[in-house]
Design a protein around this ligand. Structure first.
Ligand SMILES: Cc1ncc(COP(=O)(O)O)c(C=O)c1O
Length: 434
């Protein structure tokens, strides 16, 4: 190329959650069956979309006039009216259908919001971080994502002193991102803590972003509030979607809710930019938008989610009981979403620890990869080659300065789930003793 066509943020675009799959696929070719504990797609892990949801979608598909055409840029009006009504009934900040914008999945929304914020403005996010946010934010600025610490010794709650300090140290920070319930930790923000985060945003004249894709996957007995309930007069964006709930990730359907837009002219202009950008794309997929109010208003919807949440809660407890027996680990129960993060305590991982690979080819595949200085990644490769279990390392997969890994609570068969967790725990014990 006669010119340098490479974007300054190109090196920031990494998505290890899927990159590990390439290694696992090579290992699979050596004859080792893989247990995929890396991907957060409930459908891929055997979660069945209920027949009644499929029937609703099938009826829409059979109707010539309802889902084959474009939809309005912001999304179908009836769907936005439904969402606004439900939102307003919950109390807290009130919205109109015009304050909602549909996307082709939240991944699309995430990339759009970071692409259209001034490159000199930064969004601070949690560490460990969900990499779609942290990579997109880093790429927009051409520099590493700025993060605040989630504290593993305090149930993964955010360290508010660290958040405040980073905001002071980085005057370019313009917004605070929270993911609630959180991916990868399964942590749910207690409402009081959310209010304190919002108070920091108010104090420093920042806006809030809350990724709430798991908001209907909060376990029984856990106190949960959406951003809208605590935001008061601070400008903010909530992100929601159907990928995890229905679950229908293949629909590519998510949306943004904009709060208190009129309270700040710069925020209003930024929101308009996001709307204008969507206008250039015409609109998002129509079919899932058409299905959304029909599914969510069905009396079977919330009982269905309760059933799923009860199973995740049981698995979260099971995994906690298994891993908390290992003193070199820190583990917290998940309270929402369907992940859990296992953390290696400081100093317990060393270069040269190993597990015996199942076969020689697998040993050859991981050998060059083990040269990495990320010690949790070394464990993950060893686990893959020796037990055929694929999990995601915390350091590279979730932009973290901690060593650990994320596994999922998605396995449908309870006995099999227990066996997988016990196998991983056994591997951890052997690895740390080696
Ligand atoms: C926290 C979080 N936000 C957004 C997404 C992306 O969801 P979508 O399928 O709507 O792109 C995911 C997917 O795993 C997620 O975990």
């Amino acid at each position: 190329m006669r010119n340098n066509i490479i974007h300054p943020g190109a090196d920031q675009l990494v998505y290890e959650i899927r990159e590990i799959v390439e290694v696992a696929n090579r290992i699979a070719k050596t004859g080792i069956p893989i247990i995929w504990e890396n991907i957060g797609d409930p459908v891929a892990k055997g979660e069945k979309v209920p027949q009644w949801i499929k029937d609703i979608i099938a009826d829409i598909v059979k109707d010539d006039n309802s889902s084959y055409g474009y939809s309005p840029t912001k999304g179908l009006l009836a769907t936005r009216e439904y969402i606004a009504k439900e939102r307003n009934l919950e109390g807290g900040v009130q919205i109109e259908p015009e304050n909602i914008l549909f996307f082709n999945g939240l991944g699309d929304a995430i990339s759009t919001i970071y692409n259209h914020i001034n490159p000199a403005s930064r969004v601070i996010g949690p560490n460990p971080a969900y990499s779609t946010h942290s990579s997109a934010e880093a790429a927009h600025a051409g520099s590493r994502h700025i993060t605040y610490r989630l504290d593993p010794k305090n149930k993964w709650y955010p360290d508010l002193n660290d958040l405040r300090k980073k905001i002071i140290d980085h005057p370019e920070v313009s917004a605070i991102l929270i993911v609630n319930p959180d991916n990868p930790t399964g942590m749910v923000y207690p409402p009081e803590l959310m209010k304190q985060v919002v108070a920091i945003a108010r104090e420093f004249d920042l806006f809030m972003i809350s990724d709430e894709i798991y908001s209907n996957l909060v376990y029984a007995g856990v106190d949960y509030k959406k951003l809208a309930a605590v935001i008061g007069d601070v400008p903010g964006i909530a992100m929601r979607g159907i990928s995890k709930e229905f679950p229908w990730p293949g629909a590519r359907c998510g949306w943004l809710e904009f709060y208190n837009t009129a309270r700040d002219a710069k925020f209003a202009r930024y929101v308009k930019t996001i709307m204008d950008a969507k206008m250039l794309e015409v609109c998002s997929t129509t079919l899932p938008q058409k299905a959304l109010p029909k599914v969510m208003s069905d009396p079977r919807y919330y009982p269905y989610l309760e059933g799923r949440n009860a199973k995740y809660k049981e698995k979260s407890q099971m995994a906690f009981d298994i891993f908390s027996k290992i003193p070199q680990l820190t583990i917290n129960r998940a309270n929402g979403a369907f992940y859990m993060t296992v953390l290696f305590n400081e100093g317990v991982l060393r270069d040269g620890q190993s597990l015996k690979p199942k076969n020689q080819q697998a040993a050859e595949i991981i050998k060059p990869l083990l040269k990495t200085d990320k010690l949790d990644k070394q464990f993950v490769y060893n686990l893959l080659a020796s037990r055929g279990i694929c999990v995601v390392p915390l350091s590279s997969g979730f932009n973290s300065d901690l060593y650990g890994f994320r596994s999922t609570l998605l396995e449908q068969d309870m006995d099999k789930f227990k066996e997988i967790m016990n196998t991983i725990a056994g591997a951890v014990g052997e690895y740390l003793g080696s």
